[in-house]
Design a protein around this ligand. Sequence first.
Ligand code: G3P
Length: 218
Amino acid sequence: MKFFIDTANLQEIQEAQNLGVLDGVTTNPSLMAKEGISGKDNIIAHYKAICAIVDGDVSAEVISTDYEGMIAEGEILAALDEKIVVKVPMIKDGIRAIRYFSDKGIKTNCTLVFSAGQALLAAKAGATYVSPFVGRLDDISFDGTELIEQIRTIYDNYGFETEILAASIRHPVHILKCAEIGADVMTGPLSAILALLKHPLTDIGLEKFMKDMAGKWN
Ligand code: G3P
């Protein structure tokens, strides 16, 4: 299972990269705005800075919603770095744009996916990744991981190569559940990744080991 970090914050991306378990980054317009990034030149510079930190794929989302606009923006973004994945919303023009990018060999991430039907369409259009939003489904009292399970079954039935990128991950249990189901990728905040480290018995055990061997190295 690949671990992506869902942020546009350079310090958090660097911290996850330093941990040695980071496979990529996802961003979205809200995450970019949170970092105070606006204007074409600043947006481009920020994506370049992210690509300089990580080794894997970096999802950069278009902010147009019409076909021509998405193509124009996506081509600029894709040309920035080979790590860039053009993130496109699950709308009619978005599906057309994904087909266009896919035919040109440009990687895509179909975002804002909340149903298996949408995921099936994204795969048919040739999306590299599909992003079902687990946490936002939980927010409306639907178990978001059930959607991951449904998409896994459908993709496996037909051998679709589109990778299931479980998005809107909020906590470590989401990560574990998605891993059990067989999501290809999860994207979440640094806090969810670091929470996987935690166990009270680890802390208690380590404290005892340190106490028992204190001063015995030299
Ligand atoms: O990047 C898309 C998704 O991961 C957003 O997550 O926490 O805003 O629902 P969240």
